[in-house]
Design a binder for this molecule. Structure first.
Ligand code: ARG
Length: 456
């Protein structure tokens, strides 16, 4: 099927064809193109462009096309420029004039953006579902490790004792925001452009609200130029994906460090570890490295999608054909990354003794300063005096927990003759503020998480 043979009778140069053809990557829109065609056919029938019999035949043929696509048994021909022309050809070859009438009053400009919105809506739903499942795993693992102690860090230097539950929930709450961002993006994806025509609105009095309803859109895009010319819905979905990918990449990196034998905090299950072709002893965290790597691609996709529309004169321009690959890539890879993260997190083994072994006594220095502050010493002064103690102890090759009570009382008379005991469990228990690392706070966070997590 030649689309514009009336105007341009010559065949395109093979190179023109190579740069122009989107079928190799937009074929995955076929089920959505079929849905768009069905909705459109309904309006054409209502307007009397199709007879009832033609309408029925078109719907049947569209189902056959979907079935053939799903079975993988149809052959695109070289003239199938994109998925829209492919479907139109398959309709027309079988139905003749009825097929040739399907493009009445519409343009590929409103058609492609309709297909892409339907696709993105489904892909976001899949991704959101994957995020929910990961959230459930993190929730359960956090509950399991509400009391497991480890060294919390800032600047990757030992900072304060924390609980592993608190750490795992930090990802969970970031993912809750990611989920909200994806759901919010979905709202603006879920608007119907059909009936906008090439850009000025269809010349036929189609009922745009009915079209939107037939495709389960939440509403219509109110302006035909905006409807065909904007790709902000792709940009927004990709941006939400990139932020999610950024979160995943940081935790992937953290787990990579933790799985290093120098830390030995955790081990990925065999199914989530890889070996080396040369070094027999290796146990590599490739899955996490790939999650980290996918985040780079996700960032690239946002840049590509923003650059695609930047400065492009209104309305549609063929540049926009380039929106699909980065969008598909980012949605595919994010759903994959989230699923991998879920399985890896579910099966990872944490080693509480190793985690505890990395707690150093000087991590209790803040608690000592806090005790002094409670006894009325201005915190800045307390910080200085405890800092001096830590420094002296370092020179003497001793640690905070090796200091006798009497010595502590002598140095800090404000603490009285029985200074409070310093220990790691007490340290975390003290941080029972809302959102804190105390086991009680971790359990409270889990309760709050449960409120935003759907049950199933
Ligand atoms: N394959 C095209 C795309 O992805 C469909 C729209 C073509 N529109 C046009 N005016 N040439 O954008």
């Amino acid at each position: 099927m030649k689309l514009y043979k009336g105007r341009i009778p010559t065949d395109p140069s093979p190179l023109m064809d190579a740069i122009n053809r989107s079928l190799p990557f937009d074929i995955r829109l076929l089920p959505y193109d079929v849905a768009t065609n069905k909705a459109w056919a309904g309006e054409l029938c209502r307007l009397g462009i199709f007879s009832q019999a033609e309408h029925t035949a078109v719907l049947e043929r569209l189902d056959e096309i979907t079935a053939a696509y799903e079975a993988g048994d149809f052959q695109p021909v070289p003239d199938d420029e994109d998925v829209h022309t492919l479907v139109e050809r398959l309709l027309t070859e079988k139905l003749g004039p009825a097929g040739a009438r399907i493009h009445t009053g519409r343009s590929r400009n409103d058609q492609v953006v309709c297909d892409l919105r339907l696709y993105t809506r489904d892909a976001l739903d899949e991704l959101i579902d994957a995020v929910r499942q990961l959230l459930r795993v993190l929730r359960d693992r956090a509950e399991e490790h509400a009391e497991t102690l480890l060294a919390g860090t800032t600047h990757l230097q030992p900072a304060l004792p924390i609980t592993l539950g608190q750490f795992l929930l930090s990802l969970a709450f970031a993912l809750v925001r990611d989920m909200e961002r994806l759901l919010d993006a979905r709202k603006r994806v879920n608007l119907c452009p059909l009936g906008s025509g090439a850009m000025a609105g269809s010349g036929f009095p189609v009922d745009r609200a009915a079209l939107a309803e037939a495709l389960q859109f939440e509403g219509v895009l109110e302006n035909s130029i905006d409807a065909v010319a904007d790709r902000d819905f792709c940009q927004e979905a990709a941006a939400a994906c990139a932020i999610l990918a950024d979160h995943l990449s940081r935790y992937a990196e953290q787990f990579i460090i933790w799985a290093n034998p120098a830390f030995g905090y955790m081990r990925f299950a065999d199914e989530w570890s890889t070996g080396s072709s040369m070094m027999p002893q290796k146990r590599n965290p490739d899955a996490m490295e790939l999650v980290r790597g996918k985040a780079a691609r996700a960032q690239g996709a946002v840049t590509t999608l923003l650059s695609l529309t930047k400065g492009v004169p209104l309305t549609y321009a063929k540049d926009f054909q380039e929106d699909k690959e980065p969008l598909f890539d980012t949605l595919d890879n994010l759903t994959l990354s989230v699923r991998v993260m879920k399985e890896a997190a579910a099966s990872a083994v944490f080693f509480p003794e190793k985690l505890a072994a990395m707690l150093s006594d000087d991590m209790l220095a803040t608690d000592l300063a806090d005790h002094l502050a409670r006894a009325g010493v201005p915190f800045r002064e307390a910080h200085e005096r405890v800092g001096a103690l830590v420094s002296d102890l370092e020179a003497e090759k001793r640690t905070l927990l090796q200091v006798e009570d009497s010595e502590l009382s002598a140095r800090f008379p404000e603490l009285g003759p029985n200074p409070p005991k310093l220990d790691f469990a007490a340290s975390v228990a003290q941080r029972a503020v809302r959102g804190g690392t105390a086991p009680s706070s971790v359990r409270e966070q889990i309760r709050r998480l449960d409120e935003v997590l759907p049950k199933s």
